[in-house]
Design a binder for this molecule. Structure first.
Ligand code: M6R
Length: 615
């Protein structure tokens, strides 16, 4: 959840670190800080509550010289967001500065032990225990930093990505990882550190992804980074090349990343389908399905685990896989699954869906399923992240980096991969007839073009949003494939505009939520022309009979719903199971424009962070 950056080399470290923090700010923005070995004063730490821009203002008159440093942007877990709890934390001796992403579960025990030995703590964070413990070991055993880090980490339970500077060993950074992501960038006579590759790619495309229990030693002037385990045994890592360009992680003229990412969807889906959907051959090819055909087609059951938006995509995946492949599918919140003692064994396939590939609950669910012998298939976006590395196989969604905290293009990418998976498996299992298969392949291929038509209505959706900015509650209704779309629309609105919103299967409305409807309640109804259309018409009538305000998402040319609704957005016709790829777009735009009208920080909504790497 927090962002970590480090640099050692020939350049001035501060500009590299600040730029890196800005790229990682999506991971948390409660406070920010930097530690540098400066040219005049040695180890200096500057930190402040608030965003990276606040840190920049704070250090304006300070010495930020030096060619080695570490920096941090925080999403608070233990201890309120203030300057004292901000990272880097400094050890008692004043020699060490440390930044951390993760949670130290046994910090109370360690803290009490250190306090008994006279160590005075300044902050209320779990992190500070790490720097004090390493310092204590260093002082008492008279060891170098690497030895102290190794010995300290043996006593630590929890998740961490850390980086440490030592004023007495100014020509190195030591970093370590367990269950929180960390990437080392390898340049010419210089090294970089990042929670992901985004702070690094401007300088080098050569990276090493740390594994759990790895310690990295980045020494000035060394040709290579060194990696060791807690026993000081050398670890060899392949240097990977990252395929990411700067344009992908910048706003590109849009006022917010979220709007950019909503508009990117036609392109990102083309990227997602490239090399996989072939309309000339009327075919969908997924290498994972070719390589693991036996495991995937013979499974007795699929279980999809995910959180948040990825969980909503999973609900659509269940309908796709069940109807096209005739495989029973269960969908679980990863956070519940991990503690539910599930009945699962080697006949099951677990599909883990995650944009970031770092969600702690989803990773833990994978771990549990693996222990019970299930075959694990990952659907992720972030290349090289922890979840794809923990699975047996999988598919990247390839929609490019998603920076806005509210997930948009990842959702449509996940649904697209699930559709391709259902088609590939359905064909392999013989559960879909050729006509339906070919129609679906062709229609899927045409979705990006249809998305462009939906996006042309952006101004219209903005006008609708102006009418409803006053609302304090919203209902979202949908049926069948559009029920998860209703859930997703409600989540988008909640997280960026702070308006209370609920998604419901439309027919459930009469079992309770209908009591909420009055002339102030906007109800967004996905009422496209599919086999459930007439039922939805009745639901809309029920809302109108109680003076509710209906914003309808309709199929082009539909006059009946339009006549009933207060507002409407039209979608091109498509096959029912592909409708979510279109119907979700007006809901993303509606949430976006309402939040903007209300003056909210769309890309950095309060209390949230992009990847939830803590429980
Ligand atoms: O990276 P993941 O897909 O695993 O993240 C899961 C959720 O944390 C995420 O979808 C969250 O709900 C988003 N903020 C929704 O917009």
């Amino acid at each position: 959840m927090c962002g970590i950056v480090g640099y050692i080399g020939r350049r001035q470290a501060y500009p590299v670190l600040i730029k890196g923090l800005k790229r990682l700010e999506y991971r948390g923005y409660d406070s920010a800080g930097v530690a540098l070995i400066t040219e005049t004063k040695g180890l200096e730490v500057y930190k402040t509550k608030g965003k990276v821009a606040d840190l920049e203002a704070y250090v304006e008159d300070k010495d930020v010289t030096g060619t080695v440093g570490i920096a941090h942007t925080r999403w608070a877990t233990h201890g309120e967001p203030n300057a004292t709890n901000a990272h880097p934390h400094i050890s008692c001796s004043g020699n060490l500065a440390l930044i951390h992403n993760g949670i130290i579960e046994n910090y109370t025990v360690l803290k009490e032990a250190l306090q008994r030995h006279g160590v005075a703590f300044k902050s209320s964070t779990d992190t500070e225990v790490l720097v004090q413990l390493i310092d204590y070991i260093q002082q008492h055993l008279k060891t170098d930093l690497l030895t102290a880090v190794r010995l300290a980490l043996r006593q630590v339970i929890g998740a961490y990505a850390i980086a440490i500077l030592d004023r007495n060993e100014p020509n190195q950074i030591i970093a370590a990882r367990k269950s929180s992501p960390l990437v080392v960038g390898i340049g010419d006579d210089e090294f970089f550190l990042g929670s992901d590759a985004s702070p690094i790619i401007e300088y080098t495309d050569k990276v090493v992804y740390l594994d759990d229990n790895d310690i990295a030693v980045l020494r000035r002037g060394a040709k290579e980074a060194e990696f060791v385990n807690f026993d000081n045994e050398k670890i060899e890592h392949d240097v990977k090349t990252v395929d990411l360009d700067l344009g992908q992680i910048e706003k590109g003229g849009y006022p917010h990343f979220m709007l950019k990412e909503i508009f990117e969807q036609p392109k990102s889906l083309r990227d997602c389908m490239r090399g996989r959907v072939n309309v000339e051959a009327n075919n969908v090819v997924l290498s994972a399905v070719i390589d693991y055909r036996k495991e995937l087609i013979n499974a007795r059951r699929y279980i999809i685990v995910a959180c948040g938006t990825s969980w909503h995509a999973s609900l659509i995946g269940k309908q796709l896989l069940e109807s096209i492949c005739q495989i029973p599918v269960e969908v679980e919140y990863a956070s519940e699954f991990r503690y539910s003692n599930p009945v699962i064994d080697s006949r099951d396939v677990v599909i883990a869906i995650s944009q970031s590939g770092e969600t702690a609950d989803t990773l833990a669910a994978i771990q549990l399923a693996k222990e019970r012998g299930a075959f694990i298939f990952g659907i992720c976006n972030a290349i090289g992240s922890s979840i794809p590395r923990a699975t047996n196989t999988g598919c990247y969604i390839h929609v490019g980096p998603e920076i806005g905290v509210a997930s948009t293009k990842a959702f449509t990418g996940q649904v697209t991969v699930l559709t391709m998976l259902a088609l590939a498996l359905g064909k392999a299992r013989g559960t879909i007839n050729n006509t339906d298969y070919v129609n679906l392949v062709r229609e899927l291929d045409s979705i990006p073009q249809k998305m462009e038509k939906v996006l042309e209505q952006n101004d219209h959706v903005r006008d609708i949003s102006r009418v409803f900015t006053y609302a304090r509650n919203f209902l979202y209704l949908g049926r069948g494939y559009n029920y998860p779309v209703a859930l997703e629309g409600a989540l988008k609105l909640k997280e960026i505009s702070y308006i209370h919103a609920e998604g419901y299967p439309a027919a459930e409305m009469k079992h309770g939520p209908i009591a909420l409807i009055d002339d102030e309640m906007p109800v967004v109804v996905v009422a496209t022309q599919n086999p459930l259309y007439d039922k939805l018409m009745s639901n809309i009538q029920e809302i109108k009979a109680r003076n509710g305000r209906v914003i309808a998402i309709v199929t082009e040319g539909d006059e009946k719903v339009k006549a009933l609704a207060d507002e409407f957005v039209e979608l091109p016709q498509t096959i029912e199971c592909l409708e979510p790829l279109l119907s979700t777009i007006p809901l993303q735009l509606l949430a976006y424009h309402i939040a903007v009208q209300k003056g909210k920080n769309v890309d950095q909504p309060r209390n949230l962070a992009k990847s939830v790497t803590v429980e």
